[in-house]
Design a protein around this ligand. Structure first.
Ligand SMILES: [Zn+2]
Length: 326
């Protein structure tokens, strides 16, 4: 398909910026209230609509909110951004972005950059979303045991080894420790093996994965409506893997799937957000080859020195810290 082939330049030029780009980029995932149609009885919490709008009020007072084409022009044509520029970004292509975010941004005449997976709900849920649902349903006490019972001996050994490895990494006694440990094992070492195990558990404990995925992810119609009303879209891979875990061929096919998918939605060149914020030193040249001119991380940073490592601030974390202060 046109536009999905890598260009003949396989080495990107020296992209380090002479002048660092000063830009506050906000990152959001779920924006939902308990019981609303985005949350849809999933028990998966997110940033409340009130906290989101309060944060938008504050950001609008402190910053000039810009859209993706402004940032693209700053990167591509060296055009300057307004002082204290701020870009709003939303990851994972979940229905919250149509049901809650789009409505609010449109009312305020603002734009967002939405990083969606290169797929619709007909392909089922990605691994992290299956884990979110199952954790909400079974809890962190029962989910590991339930998964364990479905693994064969070799897979159980792999699970134990991976768990020991991550135990050192997540040694601090934080409330999320056990969840982070479990997620690390499932999303990296065991990801090929548990994908179908989690789909079976989903059917057993939650319901139809296909129906859930179609409700949960933005549909192409919703995306088109958003795009024709000032919203912009970027890539976020096909299957949401850790980029520091997958091999070079998978890295290329994950990024190329996003390029192919974006051809039908957003004018080139595009932006990308690293799934889970996982970095890979080979990613930039692959982005460049597929006409992505920027990639966004989850590292807290407002001065950026490389267009393929643009840091972001987590809106939900900021809102939680604010509440902790009150
Ligand atoms: Zn993501």
């Amino acid at each position: 398909m046109a536009g999905t082939k890598p260009t003949d330049i396989d080495q990107r030029p020296d992209e380090n910026m002479k002048q660092p780009l000063e830009l506050t980029v906000m990152m959001y995932h779920y924006v939902r209230d308990s019981g609303d149609s985005a949350e849809a009885g999933s028990n998966i919490p997110g940033l409340s609509v009130l906290d989101f709008t309060t944060q938008l009020d504050e950001l609008s007072r402190q910053h000039t909110l810009v859209a993706w084409p402004d940032v693209r022009a700053a990167l591509e044509e060296n055009k300057s951004l307004p002082r204290s520029a701020c870009l709003l970004t939303f990851d994972d292509g979940v229905c919250d972005h149509y049901l809650n975010v789009f409505r609010i941004l449109r009312e305020r005449n603002l734009s967002g950059l939405f990083f969606s997976m290169a797929r619709t709900g007909s392909k089922g849920l990605t691994l992290p979303h299956k884990i979110h649902f199952l954790l909400a349903q079974l809890g962190v006490d029962d989910l590991p045991n339930t998964i364990w019972g479905k693994l064969d001996v070799t897979q159980q050994q792999k699970f134990t080894q991976a768990e020991q490895h991550y135990r050192q990494k997540y040694s601090a006694a934080t409330p999320d420790r056990r969840i982070n440990l479990l997620k690390a094992v499932l999303q990296r070492d065991l990801s090929p093996e548990v994908d179908s195990v989690l789909s079976n558990l989903f059917e057993e404990h939650v319901g139809s994965e296909m129906e859930t995925a179609q409700r949960y992810y933005l549909s192409l119609e919703q995306i088109r409506e958003m795009a024709s009303n000032g919203m912009h879209f970027g890539g976020h891979s096909y299957s949401h893997p850790w980029f520091d875990w997958i091999d070079p061929d998978s890295l290329n096919s994950e990024i190329s799937a996003s390029a192919e998918w974006l051809c039908q939605i957003e004018p080139r060149p595009w932006a990308f957000a690293y799934p889970y914020g996982g970095l890979n030193p080979d990613a930039p040249k692959t982005f460049h080859a597929h006409r992505f001119v920027a990639a966004f991380t989850t590292q807290t940073q407002i001065n950026h020195f490389d267009p393929y490592f643009i840091g972001r601030l987590d809106g939900e974390e900021i809102a939680q810290a604010r509440q902790g202060d009150d």
